[in-house]
Design a protein around this ligand. Structure first.
Ligand code: NDP
Length: 448
């Protein structure tokens, strides 16, 4: 869909000029702008207040050197990032990605999306994101610890429980958060909820580990229900085999679906009997091995090299949970051809704009990442509340709050889409509802 509104076209031109060489960021801004056309026409006051020009420019971007010593005694140098994007409705909040593909454009796209996602959760959290081009794959525990300590030795001066609260993302799980938290505490001499996704013995929240994957299924369930469908008896394909993919598999299975495929960055497994999740958890969470090892103990399962082929497996529901732009036009067309009727995103921006066009023009139910995967950050918000109150809630309490939040996110997306004449377009609904709350706050706070 091409932009028609002159004002948005001109702001986007400036964004493209200022951020040349950052295609993922420009993609994320373009998608939001396309949804905001009817809002801009109806709300000239927000245009007058310069909300959109301010929204696309991060409040602060921090780039720093991360030196660390490997197991051979050799000095390695990585680059660290924290983009504090928008604090209109609360402290900056968003994960830390550790992956060799990380550069400022990836962090900015993620931080920009995070603003709207956090707004949708109903909790008071602004948008931020960070990370490094460090590759945790193949590193020893000692190397991971030394990297995390060095990373936090710079980051600690920019964050705090009322200022900026980072969390996990690709490559940053409980182990990395633990090492970073330990270093923050040592440097600041204070025990506060400065990071979320912490271990349960030092301020972590029950159900945080499960939250993004579970939340994705709760959102999807609401979307299916609103359209007279359910997970019961459906075949599901899930990409990735990390935190989000594993817990999405667990919940989808509990809701009556059969998950038949998972992947990692080398290839994918197809198990027609349904994925044996205990085996995957042992391989990925405990032994940190590749997904292809699964077939060694499951003779009916097949492993295929390369990630893209996973979308050629016939399914009713697809849940991309690996990384950005993993479903392109061709893969989306294959999904449609094979009878898939719903795509709901666990990963951030996993569908290219052309793929989204295919979903919408073929009437697929489409759950966009900002809404569908917001359960992780929502539960991080609940972790922050528990830390501030010096309390810990039970798994059932947190899970019940998560379900309530995901229901309310779906309702906001559905209602905003209807209000702006775009019924059933939950992507537009998510962008509009997420935007309006932040925009009102920015307008009320004046030109800052
Ligand atoms: P993990 O690091 O736990 O797992 C990532 C998975 O995706 C791994 O299986 C990984 O394979 C695969 N993967 C990563 N990069 C690529 C790539 N370039 N091509 C193919 N596969 C790839 O991360 P998470 O599960 O936490 O995150 C997955 C997605 O969900 C990301 O987009 C993240 O931003 C998003 N997300 C995560 C949240 C959370 O709470 N964790 C919250 C909201 C969104 P390999 O092991 O081979 O690298």
């Amino acid at each position: 869909m091409a932009l028609k509104n002159e004002y948005l076209i001109s702001v986007l031109e400036t964004v493209k000029k200022r951020n040349a060489g950052e295609p993922e960021f420009i993609q994320a801004v373009t998608e939001v702008f396309e949804s905001l056309e009817p809002v801009v026409e109806r709300r000239p006051d927000l245009v007058e207040a310069g909300v959109i020009e301010r929204l696309v420019e991060p409040e602060r971007q921090i780039i720093f050197r991360v030196p660390w010593v490997d197991d051979n005694g050799k000095t390695q140098v990585n680059r660290g990032f924290r983009v504090q994007y928008n604090s209109a409705i609360g402290p900056y909040k968003g994960g830390l990605r550790l992956h060799p593909s990380v550069y400022i454009g990836i962090i900015k796209f993620l931080g920009f999306e995070q603003i709207f996602k956090n707004s949708l959760t109903t909790l008071p959290m602004g948008g931020g994101k960070g990370g490094s081009d460090f590759d945790p794959k193949g590193k020893s525990d000692g190397e991971i610890m030394r990297f995390c300590q060095s990373f936090m030795t710079e980051l600690f001066r920019h964050i705090g429980p009322d200022c900026d609260v980072p969390a996990g993302d690709i490559g940053t799980g409980a182990r990395e958060i633990g090492y970073m938290f330990g270093q923050y505490k040592r440097l600041k001499n204070e025990f506060t909820g400065v990071l979320t996704g912490k271990g349960l013995t030092f301020g972590g929240s029950l159900a945080r580990t499960e939250a993004t994957g579970f939340g994705l299924c709760y959102f999807t369930q609401e979307m299916l229900k609103a359209n007279g469908k359910s997970f019961e008896g459906k075949t599901v394909v899930i990409s990735g085999s990390g935190n989000v993919a594993i817990y999405a598999t667990k919940k989808a299975t509990e809701l009556g679906a059969k998950v038949v495929a998972l992947s990692d960055s080398n290839g994918y497994i197809y198990d027609k009997n349904g994925i044996d999740l205990d085996c995957v958890k042992q391989l990925k969470e405990v032994e940190r091995k590749r997904i292809k090892e699964y077939v060694a103990t499951h003779p009916d399962a097949v492993y295929t090299e390369g990630c893209k082929g996973i979308w050629s497996i016939p399914c009713d529901i697809a849940l991309p949970c690996a990384t950005q732009n993993e479903i392109d036009k061709e893969s989306a067309e294959l999904l449609v051809k094979n009878g898939c009727f719903a795509v709901s995103e666990g990963a951030n921006m996993p569908s290219t704009p052309e793929a989204i066009e295919v979903y919408l023009s073929n009437g697929l139910l489409y759950g966009p990442a900002k809404a569908a995967n917001a359960g992780g950050v929502a539960t991080s918000g609940l972790e922050m509340s528990q830390n501030s109150a010096r309390l810990s809630w039970t798994f059932e309490e947190v899970d019940a709050k998560l379900q309530g939040i995901m229901k309310s996110i779906f309702k906001s997306c559905d209602e905003a889409a209807k209000e702006y004449g775009l019924e059933g377009n939950y992507m537009a609904g998510a962008n509009i509802a997420g935007f309006l709350k932040v925009a009102e706050a920015m307008k009320a706070q004046g030109c800052v």
